[in-house]
Design a protein around this ligand. Structure first.
Ligand code: 8YV
Length: 314
């Protein structure tokens, strides 16, 4: 049976996934060991799988300390916390959770855009505080018909584009190379994309090349009438530069679900009415996270039964 297979859980995940892993495997929880050395002393020689998420995965050090590691099954579509080269080098399989979360993240992106442009969160506070009794909230900004620029026209970027088209938006994008069969306008640089859109959406994977892909120059190009929406990774954006651009009014607003140093969020943003701050909830619904969990479990089961992985990356 698989009960004798040791699986290392390196991140806090939804109860359903942790319970299923406990039922099926000899589950080792990283946080049960105050010292990693103690965990490794006890279990390193038996751990055959690692389960992580967007916050914690398998870096080279961990991979090298687990001689029996066969697979890393990530409870996330983003795998920037896994050293993929090291896994390839050592023949370690890697799976993630694409597709099941695409619509979810794209839905939240549209919600975030509307929340920023129409000041939905600010208006809610306005009513709750009683300020409406003193007068109407000020006029805000229309979304429909605006230009949406997407950094990364992958699964999530394409799903955002489709939704924005339903709002009669024109869609443009930046990608490493032009997608020949795309009807959307391609820009060969993020600065040019930012210069020509009202809403700039970060929807690319985090890699060395896309680290701080949104920097001071891009933010200045986006400008006072532009808003930035980040549902990718915090490290896509030079966060201190975003804070100063927002404080100085060089950017018109931001909807941010991810941050460079989660769960720490720059407190200078807390007082800004043109900013909406979310706690990395892009995929965080019962339905989607359950589907993601089933992919984590399904990939592990496939691997240990010697079958093809459901969603292999490596
Ligand atoms: C979740 C994510 O944060 O899928 C990703 O890459 O960032 C989100 O879905 C993650 O999966 C769980 O922490």
């Amino acid at each position: 049976t698989m009960a004798s297979i040791s699986v290392l859980l390196v991140a806090r995940v939804m109860p359903y996934l942790e319970q299923e892993l406990t039922k099926r495997y000899n589950l080792i929880r990283m946080w049960d060991y105050p010292q990693k050395a103690q965990l490794l002393a006890e279990h390193a020689s038996s751990i055959r799988a690692v389960v992580g998420n967007s916050g914690n995965g398998a870096d080279a050090e961990l991979i090298d300390s687990l001689p029996k590691l066969e697979i890393v099954s990530s409870f996330s579509v983003g795998v920037d916390k896994i050293d993929l080269d090291k896994c390839k080098e050592k023949g370690i399989r890697v799976s993630n959770t694409p597709d099941v979360l695409t619509d979810e993240v794209a839905d939240l992106t549209i919600g975030l855009i509307l929340a920023v442009l129409r000041r939905i969160c600010e208006c809610d506070r306005y009513v709750r505080s009683g300020k409406w009794k003193l007068g109407n909230y000020k006029l805000t900004t229309k979304f429909s018909g605006k230009t949406v620029g997407i950094i990364g026209l992958g699964r999530i970027g394409s799903a955002v584009a489709k939704r924005a088209e339903a709002f009669n938006c024109s869609i443009s994008y930046y990608s490493r190379s032009e997608k020949k069969d795309s009807k959307y306008k391609y820009y060969p640089s993020v600065v040019e994309l930012a210069s020509n859109c009202h809403v700039l959406v970060v929807a690319c994977p985090l890699t060395e090349e896309t680290h701080h892909i949104v920097n001071r120059e891009v933010l200045n190009a986006l400008g006072p009438k532009g808003i930035l929406i980040n549902i990718g990774r915090g490290k896509h954006v030079d966060e201190p530069e975003l804070v100063s651009a927002l404080l100085e009014g060089r950017v018109g607003g931001a909807g941010i679900d991810v941050f460079e140093n989660e769960p720490h969020v720059p407190e200078e943003l807390f007082g800004l009415e043109n900013v909406v701050l979310l706690p990395h909830v892009g995929s965080a619904t019962v339905e989607t996270r359950t589907d993601m969990a089933d992919l984590v479990l399904g990939n592990l089961e496939a691997h240990f039964l010697g079958k093809p992985l459901l969603t292999p990356l490596v």
